[in-house]
Every structure is written in C-alpha cells, then in structure tokens.
Design a protein around this ligand. Structure first.
Ligand SMILES: Cc1ncc(COP(=O)(O)O)c(C=O)c1O
Length: 385
C-alpha cells in the first residue's frame, strides 16, 4: 500500500530522514543531527524556521479568532492586503487570497480568461507553475503532465528568454503570457536583460495580459521584494505563495489597477484569507521589511555565488542566480552529490537532473554559507557513487 508521501511526484532527496525541529536556518532530524537548511524546504522559510514574530502572531491570533469566512471583514485579512500591496510593484491594487501557489495561478487564469474573453495561453519551456489542471497546463516537464492528455488547457510553450519566439507566439487570441521572472524548478535561469520588458510590450501590442509567477522568486528571495522589480515591468497579475505565511499555507493573486473589474463570485476559497494564516503573513511581511531581507539576500547571495565560483572544481559547469536563489550546475547528475551533502549536514535541493539549488532562509549568516560552500567542495572533490 502507498503512503501519502509515496504518491507525491516531488524529487525525493532521501527517505528515512525524519525532520522534527527547525530554528532559523537550521533543522534537526529525529536522531538529533543538525543540518543547515540550504533549501528552506523549497523556498518556504524566507524568514527562517520558528521566526519569533510569526510565532507570536500565530499565538495571539489563535487566542482571538482562528477562522471566519471571507463573507465578513477581518482586521488581519485587511491588514495583509494593505501590507502586500505596499511592497508590490507600482500599480497593483487588489488582492485575492488563497492557500497555495497553484491556487493563486488557477485564480489568475480565471481572471485572465474572464477579463479578456480569450482562451489561449503562452508560457515558457522549462516552466513550473503548479500541479492542478490549470497550472499544470503551464508546467512544461512531461514527467508532471504524464497521463493528463486531453485534460489540459491549450498552451504554446516558447524558449525562455528568446523574444522573437515570444513575438511570434502571442496573437490577438492570447489571453495571457505566463512567466516566472527567474525560472526555479526549471534549473534557476535568469532571463537576459530587457527580456521581461520586451514581453510586456508584446502583451500590450496584442492586448494580452502578463501574469508573473513570483511564488518562488517573491518576498525578498532575489534581492528585491519581487524579482520583477529588477526590471521596470508592471505585471497585470502577480502570483505569490510559499514564504508568505512564514511556514503556514497562504498565497495570493495580486491584480493591477489596469485590469477591469473582476465579477463578484467568479472565484472564491473557503480557507483563503483565514485570520490565522493572515496574521502569520502579516508578521512575516513585517519582519521582511524591518530586517531588510531584500538587501540581505542581495549581499549574501553575492557571497554565496562568489564562494561557489571560487571553488573552481572541474565538476562545476556554471554558478547562476540572483540574490539567495542560486543554481550550481554540474557536469554530471546532481542526485549523488545532494545525498552526500545531506550526509554531511547540508540540506540543499535539486532542480533538473544536474543542478543543485540553494534557496536558504534569508536569515542565514555568512558562517553557515561558508560551511555549506566548503562542504560542497569536499563533496565535489571526494568519491561519490
Ligand atoms: C514558480 C512556482 N509556481 C507555482 C508553484 C506551485 O506552488 P504550490 O506547490 O504551493 O502549489 C511553485 C512550487 O514550487 C513554483 O515554484
């Protein structure tokens, strides 16, 4: 019989390690072994494990009201909408709250179809936008799409970063172009300078919307609050998730002022915007702003990438990324090296067959980064099966 985790299609790093505690950028397994969490559990813990402000907010909110439906106003929910808009790119004006990244993409797609009256989508090769049927339609890897033939939305996939291909694919029938501002699951790919701006212009010319998926890149990870803010591009819809709730499930689709009115009742969610998750998200955003996690990610990201580049191991093909979203591409499969790193107390995560991905909590210090880098060297230089 399969257990629930056996049904997951996520890349398995190592079964048999039971994680039981976290603090800042560290996690401990059931035997008491300590790890540096260089993956922040797939980019969720930007503010660190057991962030004190998040813990206090959860405690306080749970004493007041854990849940009330979104038919009623609630101060924690209202505060979150205001906070999220205050850090979003210029021109964003409305927030739809939900529970996960994939749900935020489903919401974005429904809004785009309804507001444009069009049905076609353009996305990028290597893209990852989620695993439910709408978002899965935009997720490129055949492994995720297997067995779903005939059930997915029509999407044209174009090479990421190639503007001529985008120009050809977007037509007067395109409802939206959907892009990650830096591809995460696809291998940590930063687009060429000017690419997103040129895509914006194509969308404007053809009357298509631009949906930017910040689920992984968002909330200070790349050195700005949102990765799209590295360019001067204004998205029509922005998807946010993962680290928003400091570890609690909460996500959002943020809409620009330029979008028309979304008809009431077009979309909804029972648990979306529940006060407990909103309180955690408010604390998480407050911590990010107070501690300038964007600035911190920019400088520590440079420290990490410089450290990896200085290793000059023959195994390394490329080091790439932005802020604390870093990919280390190897000349061979990454799996055995990830296992060896884990044995030595470094919990990094895979992306693609040959890339080790680092998405540490943004509260990590230089010492732990240096330990991770020297362990990478040990592992790459050592015998690995
Ligand atoms: C860019 C991007 N979009 C969407 C998702 C889906 O988010 P969730 O797993 O919360 O549904 C992910 C998850 O890794 C992601 O990286």
């Amino acid at each position: 019989m399969l257990s629930e985790s056996d049904l997951e299609s996520g890349a398995i790093i190592k079964r048999g390690i039971e994680m039981v505690r976290g603090d800042g950028c560290h996690v401990w397994d059931a035997t008491g072994k300590k790890y540096i969490d260089m993956g922040a559990s797939y980019g969720v813990l930007n503010v660190g494990h057991r962030n004190r402000m998040v813990l206090d907010a959860i405690k306080a909110q749970s004493e007041e009201l854990i849940y009330v439906s979104s038919s009623y106003d609630n101060p924690a929910r209202r505060e979150l909408m205001e906070r999220l808009l205050s850090v979003s790119p210029e021109g964003m004006s409305r927030v739809f709250l939900c529970n996960s990244g994939t749900e935020s993409m489903e919401a974005a797609l429904k809004f785009a179809f309804k507001l444009t009256g069009r049905k076609k989508l353009v996305a990028a090769k290597r893209a990852f936008h989620g695993r439910t049927l709408g978002s899965l339609s935009l997720t490129f890897a055949p492994a995720h799409r297997e067995g779903m033939d005939g059930l997915l939305l029509p999407v044209e996939f174009v090479p990421y970063g190639v503007i001529d291909e985008m120009n050809r694919a977007v037509t007067e029938e395109t409802a939206a172009v959907v892009l990650e501002p830096i591809q995460g699951e696809g291998g940590v790919h930063v687009p060429p300078e000017g690419y997103l701006k040129a895509v914006r212009e194509i969308c404007d010319e053809k009357g298509a919307l631009l949906i930017i998926d910040e689920v992984q890149t968002g909330l200070c990870r790349t050195g700005r609050f949102f990765a799209i803010q590295h360019s001067s591009v204004a998205p029509d819809i922005m998807c946010v998730g993962k680290s928003l709730g400091g570890g609690l499930p909460i996500a959002a689709a943020v809409l620009s002022r330029r979008m028309g009115e979304v008809p009431k009742g077009l979309h909804g969610s029972t648990f979306g915007g529940n006060p407990l998750a909103c309180a955690a998200a408010n604390a998480s955003l407050e911590f990010m702003v107070e501690e300038r996690l964007d600035v911190r990610a920019a400088s520590l990201g440079k420290h990490l990438m410089d450290g990896l580049r200085d290793l000059k191991c023959p195994q390394i093909r490329e080091v790439r990324g932005r802020g604390l979203m870093v990919g280390l591409e190897l000349r061979s499969r990454a799996g055995p090296f990830l296992s060896a790193l884990l044995d030595k107390g470094i919990a990094a995560i895979p992306t693609g067959a040959s890339v080790i991905r680092f998405l540490p909590p943004l509260v990590i210090g230089k010492d732990d980064i240096d330990t991770a880098v020297s362990t990478v060297k040990e592992v790459l230089d050592g015998p690995v099966s």
